[in-house]
Design a protein around this ligand. Structure first.
Ligand SMILES: [Zn+2]
Length: 311
């Protein structure tokens, strides 16, 4: 490999590491499982050493995409699913073991939006809102051909935009957040509260809806409506056209996309400049998180306000 980055994708069940070159080819991918793993960091350090040993060529730096919460001012992370990592200083840790100060951290949803923009459904547009609908709901914003990260690295926090100020209490503390209605686990929980029985997963809920279960259809419709309202509000704020939706829930097919398209059309019909939203399904599959993480150090267009150790 000529010039390459070490990409680190800190996800719900595992930390994936790989080398990614400037053509975005992913090599030597390895995974370290996080659940009840007391040696998590040691194993990651070991994998990192092996990867860098096998690479040769020129090592540019480390791009990290991580589940939140993130503490971008200090380059630390506290992923909900990794209790042993609280304010874990992942940026300085990687700088230390790789002896490279070019370490860039950003949120996983932002990394996925970035990957879709460069290599997936958002190719060729100048402005794009990327949304990930899975266990939670996150987003990432592309403006004028580059990733816009915001002042603290958390721009497009769409999951916790409230759409109902007297609504259900969200885990974040606010009332009526988009995520409270529209994430996979929340749709399942709301369906269960309404008497739906089935394996507690969104895949099972979607299958139940396909078979005509009224509660499943209703809850998915409401979840899609909540997301549609969040999207239309956002497009009204940003005045951009392209929205790419990815994540596990988005893979459910027409049982989800039909109501999503319907509600976006319904919510956006009152204002001309919002009424032609270009809604697209994310294209990248398995390696999207890895590529998005790598883009933190590989992308030619400089992103603003990412946490960069080398600043
Ligand atoms: Zn919230």
């Amino acid at each position: 490999m000529s010039r390459y980055a070490l990409a680190v994708d800190v996800g719900a069940t595992k930390v994936a590491l790989a080398l990614v070159d400037r053509q975005f080819s992913v090599d030597f991918k390895q995974e370290v499982f996080v659940k009840e793993n007391p040696h998590l960091w040691d194993e990651i350090a070991e994998v990192t050493e092996q990867l860098l040993d096998s690479a040769g060529g020129s090592f540019i730096g480390v791009g990290i995409g991580s589940a939140g919460p993130l503490h971008l001012d200090s380059g630390a992370i506290s992923p909900v699913n990794i209790p042993v990592w609280r304010k874990f200083p992942i940026v300085s840790k990687f700088a230390e073991i790789t002896e490279n100060q070019n370490v860039v951290l950003h949120g996983d949803a932002m990394a996925l939006a970035h990957a879709e923009f460069r290599l997936g459904a958002g190719q060729g547009v100048a402005n794009m809102l990327g949304i990930v609908v899975s266990t939670g709901i996150g987003g990432g914003l592309i403006l004028n051909d580059s990733l816009y990260t915001g002042e603290t690295g958390n721009a497009y926090f769409i999951g916790h935009h409230t759409i109902n100020f007297d609504g259900l209490q969200c885990a974040c503390g606010r009332l009526g957040c988009v995520e409270t209605y529209a994430s996979g686990p929340r749709m399942v929980a709301i369906a269960q509260d309404n008497g739906w029985v089935g394996e507690p997963s969104f895949i099972a809920l979607a299958e139940s809806a396909r078979q005509g279960n009224a509660t499943a259809l209703q809850v998915i419709d409401e979840g899609a409506r909540a997301l549609a309202i969040g999207i239309v509000n956002s497009i009204g704020s940003l005045d951009i056209r392209t929205v790419v939706v990815g994540g596990g829930v988005s893979q459910a097919g027409e049982v989800y996309w039909n109501p999503l398209r319907h509600h976006i059309a319904n919510e956006s019909r009152f204002t001309d400049f919002i009424s032609d939203i270009d809604l697209r399904l994310a294209q990248l599959q398995r390696d999207a998180g890895i590529v998005g993480a790598a883009l933190g150090v590989l992308d030619e267009a400089p992103a603003t306000s990412l946490f960069q150790n080398a600043k």
